[in-house]
Design a protein around this ligand. Structure first.
Ligand SMILES: C[S@@+](CC[C@H](N)C(=O)[O-])C[C@H]1O[C@@H](n2cnc3c(N)ncnc32)[C@H](O)[C@@H]1O
Length: 246
């Protein structure tokens, strides 16, 4: 028997079931993913991705991993900013729709086939709440970043208060599922607002980043809180690397 939430919705999956369902959901929506993104954010999403790439602040030629790269919007912008990029994603469908010229690998964020300290920067757009093992994935991000390397994480958020908060809620919970249903896959875009329940609050995200091995952790809201951007610097001495190292 399926468990149900108080609202009568099926409970959100966890563990291997979550990995399986997230992968097949992104496989299914990959062909129209970019289109739906532009429509449901009214074109604001690329500006948020540009802010994410700019937040790295690394020298041109630095190697940047686009974690949960999907169809490759972030890596494409990172390349335009002068970085060398590679992309990693769980979904073969999303990777197959990624034609940006970046080397790609299919893997789980919690197990990256990248040597310790192998990248200078890491960006991740709207991936965190989809990860099955968020603490493990952030520890893995820290492992692959060199000491002094930079991380920039873009995620959904909610405006703190007022009319914008109410409007955002209406849009995200009621309009997006309808738009997604018309343009792509109704179930996937009904799941989208529900998946925010996986995302820790600001204090929780900061704590996870500190525990993973990042310092100078900062967070800023974009477009009044429609998205959030978290940044940090990989702590540790040159050559330290390794999961759980300081
Ligand atoms: C909302 S999409 C974001 C795609 C892209 N970063 C962007 O900014 O549009 C989330 C992506 O996370 C990927 N993903 C979900 N769980 C993952 C995991 N455990 N490891 C790696 N990628 C994962 C999905 O396949 C999907 O491509």
């Amino acid at each position: 028997m399926r468990t149900r939430s108080a609202g009568g919705e099926a409970a959100l999956p966890a563990g291997e079931e979550k990995t399986r369902r997230v992968r097949s959901m992104f496989d299914a929506i990959a062909p129209r993913y970019d289109l739906v993104n532009r429509v449901m954010t009214l074109g604001l999403d690329q500006g948020w991705r540009r802010s994410t790439v700019a937040a790295l602040g690394l020298p041109a030629g630095s190697v940047v991993l686009d974690l949960a790269c999907g169809t490759g919007d972030l890596s494409s912008l990172a390349r335009r900013a002068g970085y060398r990029t590679l992309g990693a994603d769980l979904s073969w469908g999303m990777l197959s729709a990624n034609h940006r010229g970046t080397p790609l690998v299919q893997c789980d964020a919690a197990h990256l086939p990248v040597v310790a300290g192998g990248v200078d920067g890491l960006v991740c757009g709207y991936g965190l709440r989809n990860f099955t093992d968020l603490p493990g994935s952030l520890a893995e991000a820290a492992r692959v970043l060199r000491p002094g390397g930079r991380i920039a994480l873009l995620e959904v958020a909610a405006p703190p208060s007022g009319a914008l908060r109410a409007g955002h809620r209406l849009w995200f919970e009621h309009v997006v599922p309808v738009l997604g249903g018309v343009l792509s896959d109704r179930d996937a875009y009904r799941y989208l607002p529900r998946s925010t329940a996986y995302l820790p609050d600001e204090a929780g995200l900061r704590r996870l980043l500190l525990e993973a091995g990042f310092s100078g952790v900062g967070r800023r809201l974009l477009s009044g809180g429609l998205s959030q951007l978290l940044v940090g610097t990989r702590s540790g001495l040159p050559g330290a690397g390794g999961r759980g190292s300081p």
